[in-house]
Design a protein around this ligand. Structure first.
Ligand code: UDP
Length: 306
C-alpha cells in the first residue's frame, strides 16, 4: 500500500520520503519510482526515534499486516503500533504536520454487528493469537485520538478492510495472493475451514483514492475504507479459478483460531463525508493483478529450473 500511495502522491507533484525496515515489505516494490528525483528512501525501523527534518504530512502504514506475518513477528507488531506510532506522532506534533494512521477492520475482531459501522466497538480477543495485531492497532487509534485531543495534531484514522492488488507478497499467507499463486502453479487452493466465512475485497487503487480523500478532510474519528461487496472465501476461490482459467482443485485445511466469521464495511460515512465509492469489483481487480503475479511465478519457476 505504501508504494501505491507514494506513486499517487508523486503523480500529484508532492515530494515523498519513504521509510521501511523491510520486515515484510520488499525493496522491489520501489522499482517504479526509486529514481524519481522527488522521492527519497530511508531504511529504518520507526520503533526507534528518528527525525528527517520538516514534513507537511505523515502517513503511518508501518506494521506487518498479514495474519501469518504478524503472528510470526508478534512483539515487533506490538512495538511498531505502540512505540512506532508514538515516534511518528511526535514528529507530526513537532512540525505541525497532518497525520494519517492506517488502522484496520481487525479492530472489530470477530464482529457481532454486521456490516461493521465505525461506531461499533468490536469483539476482540485481547489475549488470542491475533491480539498482537488487533490490540496494537486499537492502541494506535487511541494514541492518535489522544494527540488530536491533547495536542491538537490534525490526525486521521482509516480502518482498512481486506485489500489486494499488484505488489502483494506471494507467500505472506493472505487469501487472494495464496489463491492466485496456487492457481497459477496448478496447486490445490487451500480453503481454511468450510470456506463459508466472508470477506469483502477492495482493489488497491480504490483504497488509495479513499485514503487521499480522508487525508484532506476534517474528519478525525475513524472512517472505514473497503469494498462492501461481501463474499465467502469459497466464492473468492471460484473467482480466482475463473480468472486464471485454472483447473486446480479446492483443498480444505484447518480454520485458524479466532478467524473472523463475517466482515463487511459499512461505508456510508466515507460516502457522505468523502464522496468516496469503490469502482473496481473483484473480477476486474483480479484481471488487473494477474500480470504481476504471472511474472512472479515465472521468475520463481525460472529460478527453480536454473
Ligand atoms: N484463508 C483461506 N485460505 C488461505 C488463506 C486465507 O481460506 O490460503 C481464509 C482465512 O481463514 C480468512 C480469509 O481467508 O478467513 C482471509 O484471510 P487473510 O489471511 O487474507 O486475511 P484476514 O481477513 O483474516 O486478516
Amino acid at each position: 500500500m505504501g508504494s501505491h500511495l507514494t506513486q499517487a502522491l508523486l503523480a500529484d507533484d508532492h515530494i515523498v520520503t519513504g521509510i521501511d525496515n523491510f520486515s515484510t515489505g520488499k525493496r522491489e516494490n520501489l522499482t517504479d519510482f526509486i529514481d524519481d528525483p522527488h522521492f527519497k528512501f530511508v531504511e529504518h525501523d520507526i520503533t526507534h526515534p528518528f527525525d528527517l527534518g520538516r514534513v507537511d504530512y505523515i502517513f503511518n502504514f508501518a506494521s506487518p499486516a498479514s495474519p501469518g506475518e504478524y503472528m510470526r513477528l508478534g512483539i515487533e507488531t506490538l512495538m511498531v503500533g505502540s512505540h512506532g506510532t508514538l515516534n511518528v506522532l511526535e514528529l507530526a506534533r513537532k512540525y505541525d504536520a497532518g497525520f494519517l494512521q492506517a488502522s484496520t477492520s481487525e479492530c472489530y475482531g470477530d464482529p457481532l454487528v454486521h456490516p461493521q459501522r465505525e461506531d461499533y466497538w468490536g469483539n476482540v480477543n485481547p489475549v488470542g493469537p491475533r491480539s498482537v495485531y488487533d490490540e496494537s492497532k486499537r492502541y494506535a487509534e487511541a494514541l492518535t485520538m489522544a494527540y488530536y485531543r491533547y495536542h491538537g495534531v490534525n490526525t486521521h484514522l482509516v480502518r482498512i478492510f481486506n485489500t489486494y492488488g499488484p505488489r502483494l507478497s506471494v507467500g505472506d499467507g493472505r487469501v487472494v495472493s495464496n489463491f492466485i499463486a496456487q492457481a497459477l502453479r496448478g496447486e490445490d487452493l487451500t480453503v481454511y475451514g468450510d470456506g463459508q466465512q466472508t470477506r469483502s475485497f477492495c482493489y488497491v487503487s480504490d483504497l488509495i483514492d479513499g485514503i487521499l480523500r480522508l487525508s484532506r478532510s476534517s474528519e478525525h474519528l475513524p472512517v472505514n475504507i473497503g469494498n462492501p461487496h461481501e463474499m465467502t472465501v469459497l466464492e473468492c476461490a471460484m473467482e480466482v479459478l475463473a480468472a486464471t482459467n485454472s483447473r486446480s482443485k479446492i483443498r480444505h485445511e484447518a480454520l485458524p483460531q479466532d478467524d473472523p466469521t463475517r466482515r463487511r464495511p459499512d461505508i456510508s460515512k466515507a460516502n457522505a463525508l468523502l464522496d468516496w465509492h469503490p469502482s473496481i469489483d473483484l473480477r476486474q481487480g483480479l484481471q488487473l493483478s494477474l500480470e504481476y503475479f504471472r511474472n512472479l511465478i515465472e521468475q520463481e519457476t525460472a529460478a527453480k529450473t536454473g
